[in-house]
Design a protein around this ligand. Structure first.
Ligand code: ZN
Length: 362
């Protein structure tokens, strides 16, 4: 049995690769800033990164990507950060690297990492919700990551919380999606809409200071809300309302033992996080609420690497005696148990990185 596999995490601004043991321990990790974003350019950058990682041999590989991915075919239906539509990326990866490559949604990889070695270690039912650039989730149910028949289950950011006719327009092309009311990508627009209706806020000065509405980060809105800025407080109240209700409903439906909350927006905005947790406590059904423990992410930005590595191990097991399918699905290998939580994080901290660019909130 193979002892190491390669986990890759394609983030909004960086690429990371790691050699991961079957227990989730990171042996060696490298990262680099994300350059040009075409599929071919990305393959070239990944090839450089793997070369610098060294010694990976023909280890199995899994790649986590913020995208809607058809698992059976490995086709990326849409990847908003990269501007991709209908890209057969698993096949391109397999051809370039001469081995089967499992392509997975980044939140699925993160959830597998946290469930096996992080905040959900020891639990068989773990739900992970990240509020960052977008809103994403993953679910490990009875020890297995939930994929759905097409591989696109648990797309929390695109559940409809307002009208699909006149709700806010989402990057997915539809209207009324949760992430248009509560994600980093949409925060500037939520503030701007209030300003255009004549509301006063100190956030306008923040924008003018930086010349761009995109400067309106979660940190700035959190600071303004803390100082009593009414517009900032309303944006947080609205976002917490949508998120709290949606996540509370997840607790009711999935009955997880552990709910992991993470992502750049929640990490930068403690008051928003508190309001979201209050919403979950108010809206989740009582029996399920009694079962769940709400925790912060433990592996931080290493969770996706650890999870991708573990999923690569599963894929390697699945293809024993199999004729090189592009993206084999595991026949039912569990992902929990046998993790080494803090050891994985410690190994990751010790690994030398080429370049440590800013971590993009997910
Ligand atoms: Zn959407």
């Amino acid at each position: 049995m193979m002892t190491a596999a390669i986990g890759i995490d394609i983030g909004g601004s960086s690429l990371r690769a790691a050699i991961v043991e079957h227990d989730g321990r990171i042996v060696r990790a490298k990262s680099r800033r994300l350059g040009e974003r075409s599929p071919e350019a990305l393959l070239n950058q990944l090839e450089d990164l793997l070369q610098s990682l060294g010694g990976a041999g023909d280890a199995a590989m899994a790649v986590g990507l913020a995208a809607v991915i058809r698992l059976q075919t490995g086709v990326v239906t849409v990847a908003p950060n990269l501007g991709w539509h209908q890209v057969p990326f698993a096949e391109m990866l397999a051809r370039r690297f001469g081995r089967p490559v499992r392509l997975v949604n980044d939140l699925d990889a993160i959830t597998v990492g946290e469930a096996a070695c992080g905040a959900g270690k020891g639990a068989t039912d773990v739900v992970c919700v990240f509020v960052g650039t977008g809103v994403g989730m993953g679910a490990v149910v009875d020890g297995r990551v939930l994929e759905g028949c097409g591989g696109t289950a648990t797309e929390l950011g695109h559940i409809k919380v307002e009208s699909t006719i006149d709700g806010r327009l989402c990057g997915c092309g539809e209207r009324g999606c949760l992430e248009t009311y509560a994600s980093g990508r949409h925060l500037p627009e939520l503030v701007r809409a209030k300003v255009e209706r004549g509301r006063q806020t100190r956030l306008v000065a923040d924008v003018e200071g930086h010349g761009d509405w995109k400067a309106l980060t979660a940190e700035r809105i959190e600071a303004a809300a803390k100082d009593g800025d009414e517009v900032a407080r309303e944006v947080w109240r609205d976002a917490a309302g949508y998120l709290g209700r949606a996540i509370g409903n997840l607790v009711t439906i999935f009955n997880p033992r552990v709910l992991v909350l993470g992502g750049g927006v929640l990490e930068a905005a403690p008051s928003l996080r508190r309001a979201v947790v209050a919403g979950i406590n108010a809206d989740a059904a009582r029996p399920q609420l009694a079962d769940v423990s709400i925790r912060d992410s433990e592996l931080g930005d290493q969770a996706g690497l650890v999870g991708a590595g573990l999923l690569a191990h599963q894929a390697a097991l699945a293809r024993v005696g199999d004729e090189g399918r592009v993206a084999p699905r595991p026949p039912g290998a569990g992902v929990t148990g046998g993790g080494v939580g803090s050891a994985a994080a410690a190994a990751a901290r010790e690994s030398d990185e080429d370049e440590s660019g800013p971590t993009t909130p997910r």
